[in-house]
Design a protein around this ligand. Structure first.
Ligand code: RIB
Ligand code: CA
Length: 313
Protein backbone atom coordinates (compact mmCIF):
# COMPACT_ATOMS: atom_id res chain seq x y z
CA UNK A 1 0.00 0.00 0.00
CA UNK A 2 1.27 3.46 -0.78
CA UNK A 3 2.19 5.69 2.14
CA UNK A 4 -0.82 7.08 4.01
CA UNK A 5 -1.65 10.71 3.23
CA UNK A 6 -0.60 13.03 6.04
CA UNK A 7 -3.40 15.33 7.18
CA UNK A 8 -4.11 17.85 9.93
CA UNK A 9 -7.78 18.27 10.81
CA UNK A 10 -8.64 21.80 11.96
CA UNK A 11 -11.97 21.52 13.70
CA UNK A 12 -14.77 23.01 15.85
CA UNK A 13 -16.65 19.89 17.03
CA UNK A 14 -19.67 19.89 16.39
CA UNK A 15 -21.40 16.56 15.81
CA UNK A 16 -20.60 16.58 12.09
CA UNK A 17 -16.93 17.39 12.79
CA UNK A 18 -16.95 14.43 15.17
CA UNK A 19 -18.17 12.05 12.47
CA UNK A 20 -15.51 13.41 10.10
CA UNK A 21 -12.78 12.80 12.69
CA UNK A 22 -14.02 9.24 13.28
CA UNK A 23 -14.06 8.59 9.52
CA UNK A 24 -10.45 9.79 9.26
CA UNK A 25 -9.32 7.72 12.25
CA UNK A 26 -10.96 4.62 10.76
CA UNK A 27 -9.15 5.00 7.44
CA UNK A 28 -5.62 3.61 7.04
CA UNK A 29 -5.16 5.66 3.84
CA UNK A 30 -4.82 8.69 6.12
CA UNK A 31 -2.24 9.56 8.76
CA UNK A 32 -3.81 12.10 11.11
CA UNK A 33 -0.83 14.14 12.35
CA UNK A 34 -3.07 15.94 14.81
CA UNK A 35 -6.29 17.78 15.51
CA UNK A 36 -6.15 21.58 15.86
CA UNK A 37 -9.21 22.98 17.62
CA UNK A 38 -10.67 26.37 16.73
CA UNK A 39 -13.55 28.45 18.12
CA UNK A 40 -16.69 28.05 16.01
CA UNK A 41 -19.75 25.95 16.76
CA UNK A 42 -18.97 26.49 20.44
CA UNK A 43 -16.12 28.35 22.20
CA UNK A 44 -12.58 26.97 22.01
CA UNK A 45 -12.72 25.73 25.62
CA UNK A 46 -15.36 23.25 24.45
CA UNK A 47 -14.12 22.42 20.94
CA UNK A 48 -10.76 21.28 22.32
CA UNK A 49 -12.53 19.07 24.87
CA UNK A 50 -14.88 17.68 22.21
CA UNK A 51 -11.97 16.88 19.90
CA UNK A 52 -10.37 14.83 22.70
CA UNK A 53 -13.68 13.12 23.54
CA UNK A 54 -13.91 11.91 19.92
CA UNK A 55 -10.32 10.59 19.91
CA UNK A 56 -11.06 8.67 23.13
CA UNK A 57 -14.31 7.33 21.69
CA UNK A 58 -12.27 5.97 18.75
CA UNK A 59 -9.67 4.53 21.13
CA UNK A 60 -7.04 6.77 19.58
CA UNK A 61 -5.64 8.65 22.55
CA UNK A 62 -2.25 8.92 20.83
CA UNK A 63 -3.62 11.53 18.43
CA UNK A 64 -2.27 14.93 19.58
CA UNK A 65 -4.95 17.56 20.11
CA UNK A 66 -4.04 21.25 20.21
CA UNK A 67 -6.05 24.36 21.05
CA UNK A 68 -5.82 27.26 18.62
CA UNK A 69 -7.52 30.62 18.22
CA UNK A 70 -10.41 31.46 20.53
CA UNK A 71 -11.83 34.27 18.39
CA UNK A 72 -11.94 35.36 14.75
CA UNK A 73 -9.18 37.64 13.44
CA UNK A 74 -11.15 40.84 13.72
CA UNK A 75 -14.67 40.08 14.81
CA UNK A 76 -16.60 38.87 17.81
CA UNK A 77 -17.08 35.10 17.88
CA UNK A 78 -20.47 33.87 16.65
CA UNK A 79 -21.33 30.36 17.86
CA UNK A 80 -24.03 27.82 16.98
CA UNK A 81 -25.31 26.23 20.19
CA UNK A 82 -28.77 26.47 18.64
CA UNK A 83 -27.66 23.72 16.24
CA UNK A 84 -25.14 21.69 18.23
CA UNK A 85 -26.37 22.14 21.81
CA UNK A 86 -24.58 23.89 24.65
CA UNK A 87 -21.72 21.36 24.78
CA UNK A 88 -21.34 21.43 21.01
CA UNK A 89 -21.57 17.66 21.06
CA UNK A 90 -25.05 17.13 22.50
CA UNK A 91 -26.57 13.69 22.03
CA UNK A 92 -25.13 10.77 23.98
CA UNK A 93 -23.19 12.07 27.01
CA UNK A 94 -19.47 11.24 26.66
CA UNK A 95 -17.07 11.13 29.62
CA UNK A 96 -14.75 14.09 30.16
CA UNK A 97 -11.49 13.34 28.33
CA UNK A 98 -8.53 11.94 30.26
CA UNK A 99 -6.06 12.28 27.38
CA UNK A 100 -4.16 15.56 27.73
CA UNK A 101 -4.53 18.67 25.63
CA UNK A 102 -1.09 19.28 24.11
CA UNK A 103 0.57 22.44 25.49
CA UNK A 104 1.62 23.91 22.11
CA UNK A 105 -0.66 26.44 20.41
CA UNK A 106 -2.31 25.04 17.29
CA UNK A 107 -0.96 27.86 15.12
CA UNK A 108 2.62 27.07 16.17
CA UNK A 109 1.95 23.40 15.46
CA UNK A 110 0.65 24.17 11.97
CA UNK A 111 3.78 26.26 11.27
CA UNK A 112 6.27 23.80 12.78
CA UNK A 113 4.67 20.77 11.13
CA UNK A 114 4.61 22.35 7.67
CA UNK A 115 8.25 23.46 8.08
CA UNK A 116 9.31 20.00 9.28
CA UNK A 117 7.44 17.75 6.84
CA UNK A 118 8.58 17.59 3.20
CA UNK A 119 6.99 20.27 1.01
CA UNK A 120 3.74 19.03 -0.53
CA UNK A 121 3.35 16.16 1.92
CA UNK A 122 0.74 17.59 4.32
CA UNK A 123 -2.93 18.26 3.51
CA UNK A 124 -4.93 20.64 5.72
CA UNK A 125 -8.57 19.72 6.39
CA UNK A 126 -10.37 22.70 7.96
CA UNK A 127 -13.87 21.85 9.18
CA UNK A 128 -14.62 25.12 10.98
CA UNK A 129 -13.81 28.84 10.74
CA UNK A 130 -10.42 29.39 9.08
CA UNK A 131 -8.88 31.47 11.88
CA UNK A 132 -6.05 29.03 12.78
CA UNK A 133 -5.03 28.51 9.15
CA UNK A 134 -5.09 32.22 8.28
CA UNK A 135 -3.13 33.12 11.42
CA UNK A 136 -0.45 30.54 10.56
CA UNK A 137 -0.22 31.77 6.95
CA UNK A 138 0.09 35.40 8.09
CA UNK A 139 2.68 34.65 10.78
CA UNK A 140 4.76 32.31 8.58
CA UNK A 141 4.22 32.97 4.85
CA UNK A 142 7.01 30.48 4.07
CA UNK A 143 4.69 27.57 4.93
CA UNK A 144 2.07 28.49 2.30
CA UNK A 145 3.84 26.87 -0.70
CA UNK A 146 4.59 23.82 1.45
CA UNK A 147 0.91 22.91 1.88
CA UNK A 148 -0.09 20.08 -0.47
CA UNK A 149 -3.76 21.02 -0.58
CA UNK A 150 -6.52 22.43 1.58
CA UNK A 151 -9.77 20.44 1.54
CA UNK A 152 -12.36 22.40 3.51
CA UNK A 153 -16.05 22.49 4.31
CA UNK A 154 -17.47 25.95 3.79
CA UNK A 155 -19.41 28.32 1.60
CA UNK A 156 -22.33 27.94 -0.73
CA UNK A 157 -23.36 28.95 -4.23
CA UNK A 158 -26.82 28.00 -5.51
CA UNK A 159 -27.68 26.80 -1.99
CA UNK A 160 -27.14 30.26 -0.53
CA UNK A 161 -26.18 30.53 3.13
CA UNK A 162 -27.21 28.86 6.38
CA UNK A 163 -26.42 31.60 8.86
CA UNK A 164 -27.44 34.54 6.68
CA UNK A 165 -29.16 34.40 3.28
CA UNK A 166 -25.69 34.80 1.71
CA UNK A 167 -23.19 33.12 4.04
CA UNK A 168 -22.37 29.67 5.36
CA UNK A 169 -21.33 29.47 9.04
CA UNK A 170 -17.61 28.56 8.77
CA UNK A 171 -16.94 31.42 6.36
CA UNK A 172 -19.29 33.88 8.08
CA UNK A 173 -17.66 33.50 11.50
CA UNK A 174 -14.28 34.67 10.18
CA UNK A 175 -14.58 36.12 6.66
CA UNK A 176 -11.18 37.86 6.87
CA UNK A 177 -9.54 34.51 7.63
CA UNK A 178 -11.38 32.86 4.75
CA UNK A 179 -10.25 35.67 2.43
CA UNK A 180 -6.60 35.03 3.38
CA UNK A 181 -6.98 31.30 2.72
CA UNK A 182 -8.85 31.71 -0.58
CA UNK A 183 -6.24 34.22 -1.82
CA UNK A 184 -3.26 32.16 -0.55
CA UNK A 185 -2.62 30.28 -3.80
CA UNK A 186 -2.77 26.92 -2.00
CA UNK A 187 -4.73 24.36 -4.08
CA UNK A 188 -8.25 24.41 -2.61
CA UNK A 189 -11.05 21.85 -2.65
CA UNK A 190 -14.27 23.31 -1.30
CA UNK A 191 -17.23 21.28 0.02
CA UNK A 192 -20.04 23.88 0.13
CA UNK A 193 -23.66 23.60 1.25
CA UNK A 194 -24.47 22.76 -2.40
CA UNK A 195 -22.89 19.38 -1.69
CA UNK A 196 -23.54 18.89 2.00
CA UNK A 197 -27.26 19.59 1.71
CA UNK A 198 -27.39 16.67 -0.74
CA UNK A 199 -25.67 14.42 1.80
CA UNK A 200 -28.58 14.08 4.20
CA UNK A 201 -28.76 11.21 6.66
CA UNK A 202 -31.69 8.79 6.40
CA UNK A 203 -33.60 7.14 9.23
CA UNK A 204 -32.40 3.75 7.92
CA UNK A 205 -28.80 4.84 8.00
CA UNK A 206 -29.07 6.25 11.53
CA UNK A 207 -30.75 3.06 12.76
CA UNK A 208 -28.03 1.11 10.97
CA UNK A 209 -25.44 3.02 13.00
CA UNK A 210 -27.34 2.29 16.21
CA UNK A 211 -27.59 -1.40 15.34
CA UNK A 212 -23.78 -1.64 15.05
CA UNK A 213 -24.06 -1.99 18.83
CA UNK A 214 -20.71 -0.24 19.31
CA UNK A 215 -19.97 2.93 21.31
CA UNK A 216 -19.15 4.66 17.99
CA UNK A 217 -22.41 3.52 16.40
CA UNK A 218 -24.40 4.64 19.43
CA UNK A 219 -22.66 8.03 19.49
CA UNK A 220 -23.07 8.71 15.76
CA UNK A 221 -26.77 7.76 15.91
CA UNK A 222 -27.38 9.97 18.95
CA UNK A 223 -25.46 12.90 17.50
CA UNK A 224 -27.43 12.66 14.28
CA UNK A 225 -30.74 12.44 16.16
CA UNK A 226 -29.81 15.64 17.98
CA UNK A 227 -28.23 17.46 15.04
CA UNK A 228 -31.08 16.55 12.66
CA UNK A 229 -33.80 18.32 14.59
CA UNK A 230 -32.54 21.80 13.63
CA UNK A 231 -32.29 21.17 9.88
CA UNK A 232 -35.56 19.25 9.75
CA UNK A 233 -37.39 22.15 11.42
CA UNK A 234 -35.65 24.74 9.23
CA UNK A 235 -35.68 23.05 5.83
CA UNK A 236 -38.51 20.60 6.30
CA UNK A 237 -36.00 18.03 5.09
CA UNK A 238 -35.85 14.53 6.45
CA UNK A 239 -32.35 13.93 7.71
CA UNK A 240 -29.36 15.99 8.76
CA UNK A 241 -26.66 17.25 6.41
CA UNK A 242 -23.40 15.59 7.47
CA UNK A 243 -21.33 18.56 6.32
CA UNK A 244 -17.79 17.87 7.52
CA UNK A 245 -17.41 14.14 6.71
CA UNK A 246 -17.59 15.09 3.01
CA UNK A 247 -14.07 16.55 3.41
CA UNK A 248 -12.62 13.23 4.57
CA UNK A 249 -14.72 11.24 2.11
CA UNK A 250 -13.17 13.32 -0.70
CA UNK A 251 -9.68 12.28 0.42
CA UNK A 252 -10.75 8.63 0.47
CA UNK A 253 -12.77 8.61 -2.77
CA UNK A 254 -12.76 11.85 -4.78
CA UNK A 255 -14.93 10.20 -7.44
CA UNK A 256 -17.87 10.52 -5.04
CA UNK A 257 -17.95 14.25 -5.84
CA UNK A 258 -18.33 16.44 -8.90
CA UNK A 259 -17.39 20.10 -9.19
CA UNK A 260 -15.64 22.78 -11.18
CA UNK A 261 -12.29 24.55 -10.90
CA UNK A 262 -13.47 28.13 -10.64
CA UNK A 263 -12.75 31.47 -9.00
CA UNK A 264 -14.16 31.86 -5.50
CA UNK A 265 -13.73 35.08 -3.53
CA UNK A 266 -15.00 36.08 -0.09
CA UNK A 267 -17.16 39.10 0.74
CA UNK A 268 -15.55 40.97 3.64
CA UNK A 269 -16.97 44.49 3.14
CA UNK A 270 -20.74 44.39 2.85
CA UNK A 271 -22.71 43.76 6.03
CA UNK A 272 -25.54 42.41 3.85
CA UNK A 273 -23.48 39.66 2.19
CA UNK A 274 -20.59 39.34 4.67
CA UNK A 275 -18.93 35.92 4.39
CA UNK A 276 -20.49 35.06 1.05
CA UNK A 277 -18.39 32.76 -1.16
CA UNK A 278 -18.77 34.52 -4.51
CA UNK A 279 -18.33 31.47 -6.74
CA UNK A 280 -17.93 32.17 -10.46
CA UNK A 281 -19.64 28.86 -11.38
CA UNK A 282 -20.53 30.09 -14.91
CA UNK A 283 -17.09 31.67 -15.42
CA UNK A 284 -18.57 35.07 -16.26
CA UNK A 285 -15.48 36.91 -14.99
CA UNK A 286 -11.82 36.72 -15.93
CA UNK A 287 -10.88 36.15 -12.30
CA UNK A 288 -8.33 33.36 -11.87
CA UNK A 289 -9.73 29.99 -10.82
CA UNK A 290 -8.47 29.17 -7.31
CA UNK A 291 -10.71 26.35 -6.07
CA UNK A 292 -12.22 23.02 -7.03
CA UNK A 293 -15.73 23.95 -5.88
CA UNK A 294 -17.97 20.92 -5.50
CA UNK A 295 -21.59 20.78 -6.60
CA UNK A 296 -22.61 17.13 -6.56
CA UNK A 297 -22.17 14.02 -4.47
CA UNK A 298 -22.98 10.32 -4.88
CA UNK A 299 -25.08 10.21 -1.70
CA UNK A 300 -25.41 6.43 -1.61
CA UNK A 301 -21.71 5.95 -2.17
CA UNK A 302 -20.92 8.49 0.55
CA UNK A 303 -23.07 6.69 3.13
CA UNK A 304 -21.76 3.28 2.03
CA UNK A 305 -18.23 4.52 2.73
CA UNK A 306 -19.24 6.03 6.07
CA UNK A 307 -21.00 2.84 7.20
CA UNK A 308 -18.12 0.58 6.18
CA UNK A 309 -15.45 2.72 7.84
CA UNK A 310 -17.32 3.61 11.03
CA UNK A 311 -18.13 -0.08 11.37
CA UNK A 312 -14.40 -0.70 11.78
CA UNK A 313 -14.18 1.34 15.02
O1 RIB B 1 -22.18 25.35 8.04
C1 RIB B 1 -21.81 24.06 8.46
C2 RIB B 1 -20.46 24.09 9.10
O2 RIB B 1 -20.48 24.94 10.25
C3 RIB B 1 -20.03 22.71 9.64
O3 RIB B 1 -18.63 22.61 9.60
C4 RIB B 1 -20.49 22.75 11.06
O4 RIB B 1 -19.74 21.87 11.91
C5 RIB B 1 -20.19 24.17 11.42
O5 RIB B 1 -18.81 24.27 11.75
CA1 CA C 1 -17.40 22.15 11.70
Amino acid sequence: MKHPRKIIIDTDPGQDDAVAILLALASPELQVLGLTAVAGNVPLALTQINARKVCELAGRTEIPVFAGCDAPLRRKLVTAEYVHGKTGLDGIPLPDPTMPLQPAHAVDVLIDTLRREPPGSVTLCPLGPLTNIATAFTRAPDIVPRVAEIVLMGGGCFEGGNVTPAAEFNIYVDPEAADIVFRSGVPLVVMPLDVTHKALTSRDWVEGMRSLGTPVGQAVASWTDFFERFDTAKYGSQGAPLHDPTVIAYLLDPALFTGRHINVEIETGSELTLGMTVADWWRVTDRTPNALFMGGVDREGFYRLLTERLGRL
